[in-house]
Design a protein around this ligand. Structure first.
Ligand SMILES: Cc1cc2nc3c(=O)[nH]c(=O)nc-3n(C[C@H](O)[C@H](O)[C@H](O)COP(=O)(O)O)c2cc1C
Length: 177
């Protein structure tokens, strides 16, 4: 089934991560392709000009600095065509209890007026944390829906289970009957 009014935007990082070692594909990237298959909707990867290092400690340090300084790192790619899009499935990792700052660069660059946002958060212990509320406060014109949290290590080690959870979320959310 094709969903012309839905897009899946995702931020995800390859390299070393918590509880998974060094991965070829980040958990969010895996999830985004599962969602594209389920929804028949396009994906857009939120990438920054500078990228993030594979080394976890170094990435932690950069991400923390970006968060503390409220940075909006420049995006590498042109924005997706948002014409006619009413549903945004937003896939992001929990980074320090928040979203990667690049996700805000993306959201600041598009119109969120009347946009339904479905948060899909990967994490290693803290779930969605406050990210649904943070998003609702930052983008008051959007309708931020109840999100879903998935452990990145589950996505990497048991993708079938992760896909089952995602499928349940998509049905419950009303995105697809
Ligand atoms: C910079 C950074 C900060 C993180 N902070 C948290 C955190 O506060 N809580 C948590 O549960 N997981 C945290 N994680 C783990 C990621 O959320 C988790 O590994 C996620 O699956 C990564 O998604 P990805 O593979 O799509 O990049 C952090 C990871 C990184 C790299």
């Amino acid at each position: 089934m094709s969903n012309g009014n839905t897009i899946i935007a995702f931020f995800s990082r390859r390299g070393e991560n918590l509880n998974v070692g060094s991965v070829e594909k980040g958990s969010g990237e895996i999830i985004a392709s599962m969602l594209s298959g389920m929804m028949g909707a396009p994906g857009y990867q939120i990438r920054t000009e500078n990228g993030y290092p594979d080394d976890l400690a170094e990435c932690n340090r950069i991400a923390k600095k970006e968060l503390e300084e409220g940075m909006r790192p420049a995006l590498k790619d042109p924005l997706p065509d948002m014409d006619g899009i009413s549903n945004l499935i937003l896939v992001y990792p929990n980074w320090w209890g928040n979203l990667p700052m690049a996700v805000y660069t993306f959201l600041d660059s598009i119109s969120t007026d009347g946009l339904s946002i479905y948060p899909v958060c990967t994490h290693e212990d803290n779930g969605l944390a406050m990210t649904e509320r943070i998003l609702a406060k930052a983008y008051p014109k959007a309708d931020v829906k109840k999100g879903i949290a998935l452990r990145g290590s589950l996505v990497q080690k048991d993708p079938a289970k992760a896909e089952e959870e995602l499928s349940g979320y998509i049905s419950q959310s009303g995105l697809k009957g």
